[in-house]
Write a protein that binds this ligand. Structure first.
Ligand SMILES: [Fe+2]
Length: 262
């Protein structure tokens, strides 16, 4: 499994009873977080997307609502890679509803087209900073772990990943950051390197739809280009939408681990 992650930049894990038990217990907490008026600011794109960053009130073991710690084959694989599997961030509860995408409030036309035609493809952790939205490495995540909560069909806005893109990005950022001391990395403008690498990925890497069901999981490399595909008319999903909990713990070591780790 870890080999697949290294080669393709993502890997899917089959149904796992330990993980399924966690999803069954944690699911109601995820639904409550989405319904909580205090979290309504996370609704975007004319209410077709609930971004829900860090709204799941789990503890560092992944436990929430009596679920017990997060366990299963995906967690074991993360541990075997030497990546953090025992200090979970608060989960993101990402929900997509029929009709996604619609323009975000104030979203420029080109940005909306990118969302619609290019799945709003991005690498996590490179945040747009300042009025010019220059991309800086501000959140060096260790990986992205996706845990579906609702049963939704493959047309219900699954994640998409560009296979092998993590190595294209790794090389591009290595070049852009070479010779820069680690303490400067969060200030280095990576925008141009990132955009050039993204163009290269669109032309050369395969776009793969990553569909999974509750009890299954997928692990995406922190440097992989990924996004959310548009909702296909008639796609199967419950009223609660296509709901996925994402964990994205940050690396705890030096920031250089962002490029050096598996
Ligand atoms: Fe992402």
């Amino acid at each position: 499994m870890p080999d697949e992650l290294q080669r393709r930049g993502w890997v899917r894990f089959e149904h796992d009873t330990e993980l399924a038990a966690w999803v069954t217990a944690a699911g109601p907490a995820a639904h409550r977080a989405v319904a909580d008026p205090a979290n309504s600011d996370w609704l975007r794109c004319r209410s077709t997307w609930f971004a829900g960053v860090n709204v799941l009130p789990n503890d560092a073991t992944g436990a929430v609502a009596g679920s017990g710690p997060l366990r299963g084959a995906a967690v074991d694989a993360i541990r075997r890679l030497g990546l953090p599997a025992d200090r979970w961030d608060r989960g993101q509860v990402s929900v997509i509803y029929p009709g996604y995408p619609q323009p975000r409030a104030g979203e420029p036309e080109a940005a909306f087209r990118f969302r619609r035609d290019r799945d709003a493809a991005h690498v996590d952790g490179l945040l747009p900073v300042g009025p010019l939205r220059r991309r800086l490495l501000r959140e060096p995540h260790a990986f992205v772990l996706g845990l579906p909560v609702t049963e939704a069909g493959p047309g219900a806005s699954p994640m998409v990943v560009w296979e092998g893109s993590h190595e294209v990005m790794r090389q591009a950022f290595r070049t852009a950051l070479s010779g820069r001391p680690a303490e400067d990395w969060p200030q280095v403008d990576l925008t141009d390197a990132y955009h050039a690498a993204r163009r290269h990925v669109f032309e050369n890497c395969k776009r793969t739809v990553v569909h999974a069901r509750p009890g299954e999981a997928y692990l995406v490399h922190r440097l992989a280009l990924h996004g959310v595909s548009p909702w296909q008319p008639g796609a199967a999903a419950p009223e609660a939408g296509r709901m996925i909990v994402y964990f994205r713990p940050e690396l705890s070591g030096p920031i250089t681990d962002w490029l050096a780790r598996p």
